[in-house]
Structures are given as C-alpha cells and as structure tokens.
Design a protein around this ligand. Sequence first.
Ligand code: URA
Length: 211
Amino acid sequence: MRLHVADHPLVAHKLTVLRDVHTASPTFRLLVDELVTLLAYEATREVHVESVDIVTPVTATTGVKLADPRPLVVPILRAGLGMLDGMTRLLPTAEVGFLGMQRDEETLEAITYANRLPDDLSGRQCFLLDPMLATGGTLVAAIDFLLARGARDVTAVCLLAAPEGLAVVEAAVGDRADVSIVVAAVDERLNDKAYIVPGLGDAGDRLYGVV
Ligand code: URA
C-alpha cells in the first residue's frame, strides 16, 4: 500500500476551515469539493494514458489521451457523494459506480447496503472516494468488493486518515493489489467512539445534516 499525504499550503488552509466547528454546511460542501479537486490531481498521477497523433496549427505532433478502459470513480455513500464532483471535474470521462456502506455503530463493522458497479473490473483503474479513513473497516470492505470483481489497481481518496485505520488497510490488502491512499492529512488517533482526532466530526452530517 502506498500513502500520499498532500503537502500544500492551500490544502492545509482549506482543511483548517473544514475542521472548524463553526463552518456551516454550504461552506463545508464547497471546501470538500475544492479539496478533492486538489487531491484528485495527486491521485491521478499514474492514470493510464496512450499516445495520440494530433496536428497543431503549426505542425503534426504526438500527445497523450486517457486510455481505455476508462477509470472508474466510486463514491462510498453517503459522505463520499460530497466528493464526486470534485473528482469528476478532473476526470470528466470517468465512469461512476456506487457503493452504499454503513458502519454498525455497535460493532463498528462495515455493512454494504447497495452497490452499482460493473461486474468485471479487470484492467480498470478504480478511485474510491471516502472522506474519513477512521477504523479502516469501510475502506477494506470496499477494496475487497472491487478486488472480488477483478480490480487490481485501486486508489482511495480521503480527506483525513487515522494511523490506526491506515495500519488496518495495509494489513488487509497485503500484496493482493496495487492500492494507494491519497489524503489531505493523517491525524493523531481515533477516540473511543472511533472518531478521528482532531478530525472534523461526522463528515456525512456536516455535508448533509443529521438525517
Ligand atoms: N466518520 C466520520 O464521519 N468522522 C470520523 O471522525 C470518523 C468516521
């Protein structure tokens, strides 16, 4: 597993406003969108391209275009949905699948309640979107879902990660696949309710309200 922590003053600035308990939902949503676009730039560094011949107004030359099959972007519902526009802004031709996952607040285990994904993901670069990598349970379940359908190249884009969750993902993935995690920051720890500290609270609630 490879970890990339975005090291950029704009990312740090936006993250600070996002963490602030006084930041209301409309600003929170906007900042998530902007942050994800910055993270998407890092997350797509190894996106597959193929060469293409073109003609400029001056001469013939060779460039690159995104290769087939198109990348697949998979927001994990519900909070990952708030990251979708920021990601597809940089990858407008990507396909979008959905995974509905919820953590059981008693056992903290991830339960899959919905999925809409291609049956065959072999050869597909997959980008999972989940703002909070806390215990790692949801991300491991999502990665397992994609690997079971043949994916071998998975990048998770998260806003924050806890060291405990990163260790869980690393141990679970092993050398089964090429997994990268791109985050805006790795925080200190989890608290006894499995919230990231200092964190930003419940990302889904802050995006969409407590429903
Ligand atoms: N999910 C969240 O939304 N926030 C956390 O801190 C942990 C999990």
